[in-house]
Design a protein around this ligand. Structure first.
Ligand code: UDP
Ligand code: MG
Length: 237
């Protein structure tokens, strides 16, 4: 492993960012590999960007992008992927619900797998959110022939080259295991810790996510069906 890039989308998370930065830095230092942060501020209306500026002034490993308008989590992730160079990319939410302490165990599987994705098996969210997520995951799995329990878990360890090849569209962050598989990745899901949100609010509601998610599933199903799977028999190029 040459370098880890932490890609973290940020939308109105000002009270979470310093602790997140500290927690991830502690883990990354213990791991001992070079690392960088790429925070992507999705046009927050609170002081998130100011906090990121402060963090970047104090630590050259902190880089950030600030969007001109709110473009959504997929756009923020995509921009982050394209602006980082780590051979390993690790994503997580900026809200401290993911626990960076899970990262070393996830990295133990990296190499045998090109994607290790978290499964929040004891999720600290509202009952309605947990139910909606269960329905969403079952429907996604049925339609895309997957067996992922929790594709919505943002804590993911991915091969940087593969994830940078993926052309993201709005909403497609929920399909990263499938999209990575299409790029040739072997995908492993591992149980991870999940914590309650202490600051800020969730940016999604179940109805909007359900409606959007339904059409996104159809798009991904199409992608799977039409994916180019050629193998070269002979080459003289
Ligand atoms: N986020 C973003 N743009 C958006 C909505 C969310 O960058 O338009 C970020 C948000 O700050 C967080 C992550 O994406 O870091 C996931 O959002 P959230 O935690 O609100 O979703 P939940 O975990 O509740 O499903
Ligand atoms: Mg979250």
């Amino acid at each position: 492993m040459q370098k880890i890039s932490f890609v973290i989308p940020v939308y109105n998370e000002e009270d979470n960012l310093e602790s997140l930065y500290r927690e991830v830095s502690d883990i990354a230092r213990k791991l001992g590999w070079p690392y960088e942060f790429c925070f992507v501020d999705d046009c927050s209306s609170d002081g998130s960007l100011a906090v990121l500026r402060r963090l970047a002034e104090a630590d050259q490993r902190v880089r950030f992008l600030g969007f001109e308008s709110n473009c959504g989590q997929s756009a923020a992730l995509y921009a982050g992927f394209q602006h980082t160079t780590g051979d390993v990319v690790i994503t997580m939410d900026a809200d401290l619900q993911n626990d960076p302490a899970d990262i070393p165990a996830m990295l133990n599987h990296y190499g045998d797998y090109e994607m290790v994705t978290g499964w929040r098996h004891s999720r600290q969210d509202t009952l309605s959110k947990k139910l909606a997520s269960r329905v969403g995951n079952s429907f996604r799995n049925l339609m895309t022939s997957e067996t992922i329990h929790d594709t919505g878990c943002s804590l993911k360890v991915m091969n940087g080259d593969m994830v940078r090849r993926i052309k993201m569209f709005r909403g497609l962050h929920r399909f990263l295991p499938t999209l990575m598989r299409l790029e040739g990745a072997r995908v492993l899901e591992v149980k991870v810790n999940h914590r309650a949100r202490m600051h800020g609010v969730s940016k999604y509601n179940n109805l909007q996510r359900g409606i959007e998610g339904f059409f996104d599933v159809l798009a991904v199903r199409w992608m799977i069906r039409k994916h180019l799977k050629f193998k070269i028999r002979q080459s003289h190029v």
